[in-house]
Each structure stands twice: as C-alpha cells, then as structure tokens.
Design a protein around this ligand. Structure first.
Ligand SMILES: C[S@@+](CC[C@H](N)C(=O)[O-])C[C@H]1O[C@@H](n2cnc3c(N)ncnc32)[C@H](O)[C@@H]1O
Length: 184
C-alpha cells in the first residue's frame, strides 16, 4: 500500500520533517511518497520517502482514496482491497480546520477517521492500523495534549492522538522542539 502526502505548507518546516520521519517509520520509506514539494526542499525529506515536485492533482492516480475528516464514510479494514493508495494533506493542523484539501475532493473517493482533527502522522498511523485489520472504535485516542515549555508556558495541541502504553504517540523530538521554541 502506498501513502501519499500532498505537502500543502509554504515550506517543509522542522515540525513537518518530524511528522514525515514518524510516518516513514510507521509505513516504511518504500511506501511513502511526498508530492507538491518544491525542488529546493527535497533534500530535507528524501531519506523518508520518494519526493515529487508534482502535485497529486496532475498525477492521474487510479484507485486512490483521500483521507478527509468531512468524508461521509469511515475507513474500514476492507478498504485495503478497494484502494492502492491513500492521500493525506501534508498540513500542520489549524483549529478550526481550514479544509485545505477541498481542492482534491472531486478527484478521489474519500474516507474519514472520525470527525476529530488528527495530526497528519497520526492520520497515517491510524490508516495503517485500520488497513491492517483494526477498527477505528478499537483504537484508543487522546484529544488535545498539553506541554509545559522551559519558561513555564503551556502549549496546547488541540488534535487527536493515538494512545499506546498510556501515552500519546508523537513524533520523536516534537516535545523537545516545541519546548525549546521561544515565543510560543
Ligand atoms: C492536520 S490535518 C489537516 C486538516 C486541516 N486543518 C485542513 O486544513 O484541512 C492533516 C491531514 O490529516 C488527515 N486527517 C486528519 N484528521 C483526519 C480525520 N479525522 N479523518 C480523515 N483524515 C484526517 C487528512 O488527510 C488531513 O488533510
């Protein structure tokens, strides 16, 4: 199964890199494709998957499914037989969501993972779990996590994360990156 991330941020930010690395660990570098990435930025993520400047919009993909919160149907394990690839918005969340993948709606079938906004790496992880046989309602989640920075400020991440061994599953290094960022 191929997982395609249509990068929709202005740049490949450090936060994106940590999420893209995490996805690559989950689905395997050979199954991960980043699209819509300017040539000058390919080097930042090429060790985590195949990188293309082209957008999925012009790739004429067959049997592709767009993962989209507002889709009518929930992703089911049986969808692994229907589709060859899954497309995600490479977007750092915004609250409320802006719906930046609307431009892709008429190109693909769509499935949701519930109505809560997940980080992109979480959406890839959950899709991978479901395609490997889990049902959405068998997965444990935490909505919103908070983190205290070095100067005592609280950072809230208002997204849905998978919980494993009692802890939210996050990209390695994300907490450290956010803790050390000034002005958050
Ligand atoms: C952080 S979300 C972005 C949502 C965003 N704020 C927007 O403008 O659309 C990044 C991507 O993860 C996937 N995703 C996140 N939550 C999802 C859900 N509940 N169901 C399906 N896909 C989801 C979608 O592919 C989405 O484009």
């Amino acid at each position: 199964m191929k997982y395609i991330i249509e990068h929709l941020e202005d740049e490949v930010w450090e936060w994106c890199i940590l999420e893209y690395k995490h996805m690559s660990e989950v689905v395997g570098k050979e199954n991960l494709i980043f699209t819509n990435v300017s040539k000058a930025e390919h080097h930042k993520i090429s060790k985590y998957g195949e990188v293309h400047e082209e957008s999925v919009r012009s790739m004429n993909l067959k049997n592709a499914c767009l993962m989209e919160m507002v889709a009518d149907k929930i992703l089911e394990p049986s969808d692994a037989k229907k589709f060859d690839c899954f497309v995600f918005g490479g977007i750092l969340g915004d609250n409320p969501p802006q719906g930046r993948t609307k431009v892709l709606h008429n190109l693909f079938d769509m499935r949701n993972l519930g109505q809560e906004q997940m980080s992109t790496d979480t959406a890839v992880l959950v899709t991978h779990m479901i395609l490997n046989g889990k049902k959405l309602n068998e997965i444990k989640f935490q909505d919103t996590i908070s983190l205290e920075t070095n100067d005592g400020e609280e950072i809230i991440l208002p997204y849905r994360y998978v919980v494993e061994n009692g802890k939210p599953v996050l990209p390695e290094g994300l907490f450290e990156m956010l803790k050390n960022q000034e002005g958050l």
